[in-house]
Design a binder for this molecule. Sequence first.
Ligand code: NI
Ligand code: MN
Length: 231
Amino acid sequence: MLNFSYYGHSAFLLDDGKHKLLFDPFLTGNPLASVKASDVKADYILITHAHGDHIGDAPAIAKKTGAAVVAIPEVAALVKEVATNAEIYEMNVGGEITLPFGKVYMTPALHSAGVAGGCPVGFVVNVGGMNVYFAGDTGLFPYMQFLGKRVKIDVAILPIGDNYTMGVRDAAEAVNLLNARYVIPVHYNTWPVISADPEEFKKLTESKTTAKVCIVKPGEDLELTTLDGKV
Ligand code: NI
Ligand code: MN
């Protein structure tokens, strides 16, 4: 099984029944947060970059839960300032590691890092029998076509809020390049500056591609492994 729990903005949890993978846990100060940082559970925390709306509560959660952290060295160093004993898997763009739940491949992202010397990243995670791409914050970039050829992307989790990342139109083109089967939009409507209509994204994407867009609200779960009837 593979369950997706959306916590609002770009924060979400993937749970394969044995391992809890927490992504970009910005919860404190997140107007859409559906869970408190003090209540969230995690075995691994994957962080795309050091902007506050992504690294968020990761250092505090790592300290409290003992979750292992996956990040570039510059972001990992920020975590270690708070969670001095945290187990860290440092990696960088183009690298892949194997963890007990599956593989983690670090992708480029077209954005800024939020920390000197760093770069923003995304992840393709193989977990629960599915390949899940989380783009992090990014503009549209042609390398996405390579990501879609490298492995079959079952689920793409993409920002659509515009201003700081892709908007609806470019995110729909990203789905085309990625050739993803299912898409979950994130990083929108947290604040007025990233207002976007997920229904517009769904309509446009499903008219341009064969992908199916799944709109998940903060606080909602989606059982990814049941999407196409295979449990
Ligand atoms: Ni950012
Ligand atoms: Mn962001």
